[in-house]
Design a protein. Structure first.
Length: 201
């Protein structure tokens, strides 16, 4: 805030105004107008402009040759660190993909080997089953042939017994009917013809 001090002379004929911080212009007489630029308190002086420009130049030089290289180095270091991190991540990703591909290849190979072993085991079991079925069929055929032979032998034995019984009955019946013993040869032929006819039926 600008403050002015007014002084009145004892006679009252003159008034003096004094502004603190204001240097009166030498040679200016009373009533003479002072230029406005000399009265402006915020108008910069030449030495202030020089000092301000010099400070700006010094600050610019310090910023360019001291601070900017450090900032640039730190930015480059961060950039290279980030780039190295990306490269490491890509390398790890490639290694992981290669490992997954190897795992899938091994898994496919193991599955193929397992399938081959399963097929071989199945073929072996099928061969063993066929062999066992063939052996069982052979044993069944053997037993069936033996049973048929035994049945045939039993039938022949029974037929012989039946023929003997029929021959005896026929001889007794002929003897009772005619009163004499029938001829054994004729009786055997008749019984044989009757038995063969019955068997063929």
């Amino acid at each position: 805030m600008l403050t002015a001090v007014a002084t009145v002379s004892a006679t009252g004929t003159s008034v003096t105004v004094h502004v603190p911080g204001f240097v009166p212009v030498v040679g200016a007489e009373e009533g003479e107008e002072v230029p406005e630029k000399d009265l402006n308190p915020i108008f910069p002086e030449l030495k202030e402009v020089v000092w301000g420009f010099g400070s700006f130049v010094v600050f610019a030089l310090v910023l360019r040759f001291l601070l900017y290289p450090k900032l640039r180095r730190s930015m480059d270091a961060r950039y290279f660190s980030i780039r190295k991190g990306h490269e490491d991540a890509e390398r790890v990703t490639d290694d992981a993909r290669e490992a997954v591909a190897q795992y899938e290849a091994q898994l496919a190979r193991i599955r193929g080997e397992a399938q081959q072993r399963i097929e071989a085991a199945r073929a072996t079991l099928e061969a063993e089953r066929s062999e066992q079925i063939g052996a069982a069929n052979a044993r069944i055929a053997e037993r069936r042939a033996a049973a048929a032979t035994q049945a045939e032998q039993a039938r022949h034995a029974a037929q012989a017994d039946v023929e003997s019984a029929v021959r005896a009955v026929a001889a007794r019946a002929g003897e009772l009917a005619t009163g004499r013993t029938p001829d054994p040869q004729a009786l055997d032929e008749a019984v044989g013809a009757v038995m063969r006819t019955g068997v063929s039926r």
